[in-house]
Design a protein around this ligand. Structure first.
Ligand code: KG4
Ligand code: ZN
Length: 350
């Protein structure tokens, strides 16, 4: 079954064409992220206008790259929320129109669940052998039951999945999302947008160079029994340091390193605590922040002491893309009458 997936929830316009939920035939993504450098965050009105400008060219390029015509795909899938309303509307209305004109089933997908399914796309699962402690890369799909950590610019959630389409929300952030704090800290450090990769590059400079200084940031809720997160206090600590007389004493690299480590420590600890509590053998990570090499490294290091398998999407599939939406649609198989579908900016796990 060939599904064309559309993703337009935020500042990326993605069209992916995927066979049987796993094989990517085309994956085209246009991003307007560079336009927000001077603002330090997305400007929703600009993002929506960019979606309108590039949606059709992206769609055309994906079809050309897969050497397919619209009549040859079996279904149209679209991320209908959560996201920015103006951006979402462009993808949702495009998908409804294609479904009606080409008489194809329309499958709505929760954007966050899409990030989970990025792990089914020609996934490489890194298995760390308990005995030899040597990691080997295998082509293997994640196995249920599993715990999924979704870390993006707008969300930080832990869910338990017992099968396709069967998920239980365990906890999430009470305030800022992980990606959001990366973006805000990058802004206060004058680095630009999106913040995650910029902070990672700065932190790596320090890791390769010299001893780090003695800055210590809080790890909020790290020992709390719930699976909730809270990152706004950590963000405030960084902002306060930057605005204090102490700022000049520290290098930006030191701050980036310790901040990144604080976020990752919390994410890793909570995720493995959930995996233990629910006795799963697989942990999967998805969303823009899952592109972080340091997060991948730490997750794999901790998994090395257990019999857990950790799965990350291919890096280019960590951020928003249409292929993950097509994959989720294949496994969830919930089609809807096109005229009954509406964008749901506040969609969560319901
Ligand atoms: O999933 P995504 O592409 O869009 C949303 O659904 O929000 O996630 C974007 C987020 C941004 O906040 C960005 O700073 C963060 O992912 N991100 C990273 C890294 N690469 C992207 N955060 C930490 N480390 C990275 N290497
Ligand atoms: Zn996303």
């Amino acid at each position: 079954m060939i599904i064309l997936g559309i993703e337009s929830t935020c500042d990326e316009t993605g069209v992916g064409i995927v066979q049987d939920g796993t094989r990517i035939l085309a994956n085209v993504v246009a991003s307007s992220a560079a336009l927000y450098n001077k603002y330090g965050g997305i400007v929703p009105e600009i993002a929506a206008r960019e979606q309108v400008r590039v949606m059709v060219p992206v769609l055309r390029e994906a079809l050309e790259s897969a050497q397919l015509k619209l009549g040859q795909v079996d279904a149209i899938a679209v991320a209908y929320g959560p996201g920015l309303v103006g951006s979402l509307l462009v993808g949702v209305e495009t998908a409804k129109t294609l479904s009606l004109v080409y008489k194809k089933p329309l499958i709505p997908v929760n954007h966050l669940i899409g990030h989970v399914y990025a792990n089914w796309l020609d996934t490489k699962v890194t298995e760390v052998s308990k005995v030899s402690n040597v990691s080997k890369v295998k082509n293997k799909r994640p196995e249920f039951p599993l715990v999924a950590l979704i870390v993006s610019g707008g969300h930080t959630d832990l869910i338990l999945m017992k099968g396709h389409g069967n998920y239980i929300w365990l906890g999430g952030t009470r305030d800022d999302a992980a990606g959001e704090v990366f973006d805000k800290v990058a802004r206060v450090l004058g680095l630009g947008y999106p913040g995650g990769p910029l902070i990672e590059t700065l932190a790596e400079k320090l890791a390769r160079g010299r001893e780090r200084s003695k800055i210590k940031f809080p790890r909020p809720l790290i020992n709390d029994a719930s699976f909730d997160f809270s990152f706004s206090g950590l963000k405030t600590s960084v902002v306060n340091l930057v605005h204090s007389s102490q700022f000049t004493v520290h290098n930006k690299e030191d701050i980036a390193y310790e901040f990144q480590q604080a976020v990752i420590d919390v994410l890793v600890k909570k995720t493995f605590a959930a995996a233990q509590k629910y006795k799963v053998k697989t942990v999967i990570v998805g969303g823009g922040v899952s592109a972080s090499s340091k997060l991948r490294e730490e997750m794999e290091r901790v998994a090395g002491d257990t019999d857990l398998t950790v799965s990350f999407p291919e890096k280019f599939l960590s951020g928003d893309n249409g292929s993950m939406i097509a994959s989720a649609a294949f496994f969830e198989k919930k089609s809807i009458e096109p005229l009954k579908l509406f964008a749901r900016p506040d969609l969560y796990f319901d």
